[in-house]
Design a protein around this ligand. Sequence first.
Ligand SMILES: [Zn+2]
Length: 69
Amino acid sequence: MKHELSIQAETERMPAEPGAKWAEYRATGQAQLTCSCGYDSGKVPKAGAAQLASNHLGFDVTQSSNWRK
Ligand SMILES: [Zn+2]
């Protein structure tokens, strides 16, 4: 099984100013890991996402140039 892991940083919509023409989003500090094999970490603290990814893939993702924070 090939693992194609992706990380999605969670954002939340900020309350808009009255009359604002766009919405603002900010990162919540939570992230979710999903993989092509069906793995889904659910919401986890973003700081722990690299460790979870490493555990899943079996190598240290922070040592890989493919890893993006
Ligand atoms: Zn996987």
